[in-house]
Design a protein around this ligand. Structure first.
Ligand SMILES: [Zn+2]
Length: 741
């Protein structure tokens, strides 16, 4: 127990105060001041919380938590580490009836405290904010025991109320209802009637434009209530509707407002051209841009607080166009950005591999896809999972889209020479555990990232490539030798976002041609039973038929086998085949799965994914491997079976009429294909020489292979040609010998 807290007698009260004073530098120090003094919150944040406290009378720690200034366990961490308060683990205590009676619920609640145990006259308790000595004195007087004080999180204490005092659900939930009330203090006005607001703003502009100087006018008008309300209304509507971008585009006779939802643009309103300048000026003021400058593009940022979803960041960019300035605002909404790895829609298999790769202390993990494919969200979710007190995370981003507590984020600025490579090099001197580099675009960045990944750091980055195997080729193109890629990269995740069909209106469709479905990757057998859904449109989805998006993922884990082929520098399609053999599901396959499950439409998948050569049939991708022992027969002369084979390991003997006529020693060589081509009985027997491993291909598929897979066919014919040539040479030798003899 913390020494000094205790003794209800008046003489001991002095020492109680003295101890608190010794430890925190003041007679009666509240938790807020400690947090501010130790730099956990700013003095402005403290002031904000104290102001709120005056109106709602809540505990300060609780207010700070609800405002998002501190984390659930900040107070416990600070008090235990810096002020030596013992921490009580409430999941491990079970106070008896007597203890609960000494400190009943109504008193406990008043002090946000919970009793732990009683030893003689000493009552051990735990509190959420045990730093206010006056408060503790009051409590001592109420329970008439000497108090030994520990600290616990408010959440744990409330939980203990439910477990031990058996408080009702209503009462329990009332603790959390308070949270919403604090947030609702921030005023939010949603606009119901844009029409009348626009008229109001327009009327204002017309009235005043007679009297004001051109430049002054805009600034003045931009600060007018109707324009402010209109801009707020446009933004609030966007945020409430889950919009990602707002486009404000001036034309000769009107200003068009368009919203991007789930990746698709739709028109929201037409505003009169007369308010154009006031509208742009207002947004430029909010974004901290120069409102007098209308000839060059500008970039800015707006930070706004809206009700429950606090801290919405908007990235604003202006572009001078013919009839004014086009403004695009990207909403970087912390509330809407789900950074929960478990909620990204990974299937179980992929999720397990990701967990495995990020739990290693080193390695390069790449996430790839075009712009807008959700790469950032995936990386942020991974970082969020890794973000713990004992792990140092550094990121270099362009731009920083989401601000994490506890992560050191660097905004890359190429213009001033702060490039990804420069940031990354500096990172290595900062002793990080985890590094994220926004993007690998050049050799320098790639080299440092790989160096970091092979020297005990977990490194994340993105590339603009189409799929996982092509990412390896891109890195080779950049200039990284294959062996370095094989030893540093642990996984490549390629992804796309597809729009989800609206759950309220999706309907079964049957206008897809079976041949088309087969071409896109569905198997001939499954097509007749396939139930395909498509978009219809309803008020719930703005008549688009789609609502929300879902991730498609292609995860290539660099297994031993995959590393081997990367190391060998094989062509992309060969790497793809190996990755598929090792369990990779392609983007197209992932898409087909979403169609099969009625989550999205054929059109969405066709738009977002392509079919590649990886769609080889199973018998080519992973034919059966067979093992033979010495002198065991693989093919018997005279038999009419037609399967053909490829030698993987060992060697083989070709026997005709009981005589050995040839040997097959080259791994990768095909044999037995003649019967598959001619349909004639086997002309010779083939036996294993010692132990051998071969792969068996179905003979009845040979025609299909030759027709559809020229790569495989070419190899087959090469082997065949070589063997015929060899046989020809042997024949010539034999004849020559005969002639001589
Ligand atoms: Zn709908």
């Amino acid at each position: 127990m913390r020494p000094g807290i205790g003794r209800p007698s008046s003489s001991k009260n002095t020492s109680l105060n003295a101890t608190i004073r010794d430890q925190s530098g003041a007679g009666k120090v509240k938790v807020g001041e400690i947090l501010s003094k130790d730099g956990y919150i700013t003095s402005t944040q403290l002031k904000h919380a104290l102001d709120l406290q005056k109106t709602n009378n809540e505990r300060l720690g609780s207010i700070l938590l609800k405002l998002g200034y501190i984390e659930e366990n900040t107070i416990v961490n600070v008090l235990s580490r810096l002020y030596n308060y013992p921490v009580a683990d409430l999941t491990k205590v079970a106070p008896d009836e007597q203890v609960l009676k000494i400190l009943p619920y109504d008193i406990a609640k008043k002090y946000m405290t919970f009793p732990l145990s009683l030893k003689g006259e000493d009552l051990s308790i735990t509190m959420a904010e045990p730093t206010d000595t006056a408060l503790i004195e009051n409590l001592q007087n109420e329970v008439k025991k000497t108090l030994q004080v520990s600290v616990s999180t408010e959440k744990d204490i409330i939980h203990a109320y439910r477990t031990h005092y058996k408080i009702k659900d209503d009462e329990y939930e009332s603790y959390f209802r308070g949270k919403e009330e604090v947030e609702e203090d921030v005023p939010v006005t949603t606009v119901d009637d844009f029409g009348s607001l626009v008229s109001e703003a327009e009327g204002d502009v017309e009235l005043k434009s007679f009297h004001e100087e051109e430049n002054l006018k805009d600034e003045y008008l931009a600060n007018d209530a109707p324009i402010i309300k209109l801009v707020n209304g446009i933004l609030i509507k966007a945020i409430n509707d889950g919009i990602s971008d707002v486009h404000i585009e001036p034309f000769e006779t009107a200003v068009q407002v368009r919203y991007r939802l789930d990746g698709a643009l739709y028109k929201s309103m037409n505003l009169p051209a007369t308010i154009k300048n006031a509208l742009t000026s207002r947004i430029k003021i909010l974004a901290g841009l120069d409102i007098a400058e209308r000839r060059v593009p500008q970039d800015g940022r707006i930070k706004m607080s809206f009700g429950k979803r606090q801290d919405v960041d908007l990235r604003v960019s202006t572009l001078p166009i013919m009839h004014g300035e086009s403004i695009v605002m990207r909403i970087l909404d912390r509330g809407a950005l789900s950074v929960d790895l478990t909620k990204l829609g990974f299937d179980k298999n992929i999720f397990e591999i990701i967990k495995r790769c990020i739990s290693r202390p080193y390695g390069l993990l790449l996430v790839t896809g075009p712009t807008g494919s959700g790469k950032t969200t995936t990386l942020y979710s991974i970082l969020n999972t890794l973000n713990k007190e004992d792990i140092k995370i550094l990121t270099a981003e362009d731009p920083i889209e989401f601000n994490f507590r506890g992560i050191n984020q660097v905004n890359v600025r190429e213009k001033v020479g702060l490039t990804f490579a420069v940031a990354l090099r500096a990172f290595l001197r900062q002793d990080p555990d985890v590094i994220m580099v926004g993007e690998i675009r050049d050799l320098e960045t790639a080299e440092i990232a790989i160096k970091a990944a092979t020297t005990g750091h977990l490194v994340f980055s993105t590339l603009h490539t189409n799929d996982s195997p092509s990412t390896i080729s891109r890195m080779m193109d950049i200039g990284i030798p294959p062996y370095m890629l094989a030893s540093s990269i642990t996984m490549v995740l390629s992804q796309r976002l597809s729009r989800k069909l609206c759950n309220k209106c999706k309907v079964e469709v049957n206008y897809h041609d079976p041949k088309e479905l087969q071409n896109m990757g569905f198997s001939e057998e499954e097509i007749p039973d396939l139930k395909i859904l498509g978009p219809k449109g309803c008020p719930g989805c703005n008549q688009t038929g789609y609502k929300g998006r879902i991730g498609l993922y292609e995860l290539m884990e660099v297994t031993e086998e995959v590393a081997k082929v990367i190391n060998a520098g094989v062509p992309e399609d060969q790497l793809r085949k190996t990755a598929i053999q090792e369990g990779m599901m392609t983007l197209r396959e992932a898409g087909l799965e979403k169609i099969r499950n009625g989550i999205t439409s054929v059109e969405e998948i066709l738009k977002n994914t392509t079919i590649t050569k990886e769609a080889l049939p199973a018998y080519l991708v992973s034919p059966d491997t067979e093992e033979y022992s010495d002198r065991e027969m693989i093919i018997r002369e005279g038999n009419t079976d037609t399967d053909f084979f490829k030698l993987i390991q060992g060697s083989l003997i070709v026997v005709k009429g009981g005589k050995k006529i040839a040997q097959i020693v080259q791994p990768g060589e095909y044999f037995g294909e003649i019967a598959a081509i001619t349909g004639e009985p086997r002309t010779a027997s083939i036996l294993s020489n010692k132990r051998s491993i071969v792969k068996r291909f179905p003979g009845d598929k040979l025609e299909e292979v030759i027709e559809k897979y020229p790569d495989v066919a070419k190899h087959l014919f090469e082997v065949l040609g070589t063997r015929l040539h060899q046989a020809d040479k042997n024949l010539v030798k034999l004849i020559a010998a005969k002639v001589k003899g």
